[in-house]
Design a protein around this ligand. Structure first.
Ligand SMILES: Cc1ncc(COP(=O)(O)O)c(C=O)c1O
Length: 405
């Protein structure tokens, strides 16, 4: 058991749950962030895949301003036309029939897990409660979400384990087939491309096989596309790269609001049949302000030109990064991920690499398996992409010099 230390009040009065970099920003535009002192940073993490259209996208900003002048919030006891518009667009572009709007990704996951269990309950199989997740996953920080992901360090100290959560090794199709065949299994939840786990893409054949196995056993498929969805991989949703692999339920958030808190749980009418009046709800989820921003962002994210641009820029990054891997094999071990969810697996500590990248005024995210992640705005220009590569190269040089010192 770990020993509690004598508590001290932090100077900033902020609960100390984050390992923060010593940097604060005053404003942002596109892929640039500016400090109060006037320093400019190239943002290749985009709030961890959240400002998908960059900072202050003109159409999203205008939608926010227009709606702010009209109406911010009404309760979900009234019809909210903005919800109906955005739900229609999401359903038009996906497998889904219905949508529940949330304020965050975690809440979308919470809704997905409840929807899956309630489906089996409504179908007369209340014993089907088990949710199968994968090692390396991240689904958010609610009790259910941390157990769905199964990361031991995120559940430690928070009391007894929630029943009905099973964690399997990433990529173990045999274990997965056995778990799906269990009569108490309700659903499988996975990120088609793991984000926090270190930009690990699930092979497309595995997604197709997973769908077939779940169909054979009456188990629901839940995709967490909170990080990898909404254009990030170069298709609107990452699972679309795999044939015949549509889910029953899908969670989205992050880029849906381009930085404004919006999330959504999408489902087929079949999968959502247990979610009747009173079974779920939210005060803020889907309020008029969030919906105006979400609709504007979705229209931009879903444009074929945006998706094509992502594929082009991602192609450049992959090629250039593989070139860096060849030149710096003592620093870079692997380049992975999909589209603009790029993982660089390192030999030196990833935190050290991120700090040295910051010295180059480049912002990148960390990730599991000693990776750093590039998650830039989907609208990053070719010039900005080249600049990012130059800064990464200088970071590799700085790491070498540090090792030689
Ligand atoms: C794949 C995935 N799922 C869920 C979440 C949780 O989303 P939020 O932080 O908005 O609750 C995240 C956040 O990083 C994520 O990347």
């Amino acid at each position: 058991m770990s020993q509690a230390t004598t508590p001290t009040v932090p100077d900033d009065h902020i609960l100390g749950v984050y390992n923060r970099a010593p940097l604060a920003f005053e404003r942002g535009k596109g892929a640039r962030l500016y400090t109060e002192e006037g320093d400019v940073y190239l943002d290749c993490m985009a709030g961890i895949a959240t400002t998908g259209l960059g900072h202050g996208h003109p159409k999203v900003l205008q939608a926010l301003k227009d709606q702010a002048d009209k109406l911010w919030h009404v309760s979900n006891v009234f019809r909210i036309p903005g919800q109906e518009r955005l739900a229609a667009r999401l359903c038009d572009e996906t497998f889904a029939d219905v949508v529940f709007f949330t304020n965050s990704g975690t809440e979308a996951v919470e809704c997905a897990l409840k929807t899956a269990r309630k489906y089996h309950w409504a179908k007369g199989a209340p014993e089907r409660i088990d949710i199968i997740g994968f090692e390396g996953a991240f689904h958010g920080r609610s009790y259910a979400a941390v157990y769905a992901a199964g990361n031991p360090s995120y559940v430690e100290g928070f009391g007894p384990a929630l029943p009905g959560y099973v964690s399997l090794p990433f990529g173990d199709m045999e274990a997965l087939a056995a778990a799906i065949a269990s009569p108490t299994t309700a659903a499988v939840i996975l990120e088609p491309v793991q984000g926090e786990g270190g930009a690990r893409a699930v092979p497309e054949t595995c997604l197709t096989e997973l769908r077939a196995l779940c169909d054979a056993h009456g188990v629901l498929v839940i995709y967490d596309e909170i990080q990898c969805g909404l254009g990030r991989t170069g298709k609107l949703f990452a699972h679309e790269w795999a044939p015949d692999a549509a889910p029953d339920i899908m969670c989205v958030a992050k880029a849906l609001g381009d930085g404004f808190p919006v999330g959504a749980c999408l489902a087929t009418a079949e999968a959502a049949q247990g979610m009747t009046v009173g079974s779920h709800g939210s005060t803020y989820g889907g309020n008029p302000l969030a919906m105006a921003v979400g609709l504007a962002a979705f229209e931009e994210l879903s444009r074929p030109e945006t998706l094509r641009h992502v594929r082009d820029i991602a192609g450049y990054f992959t090629q250039a990064l593989k070139g860096l891997q060849d030149r710096y094999p003592d620093v870079i071990v692997d380049i992975r991920g999909k589209g603009l969810l790029i993982g660089i697996k390192l030999i030196p500590n990833n935190r050290t690499f991120m700090a040295l990248a910051r010295d180059q005024h480049l912002l990148i995210a960390g990730g599991g398996d000693n990776c750093v992640r590039l998650l830039p705005s989907l609208l990053l220009t070719p010039e900005e992409a080249r600049e990012a590569i130059e800064k990464i190269e200088r970071t590799c040089e700085a790491i070498r010099q540090q090792a030689a010192a």
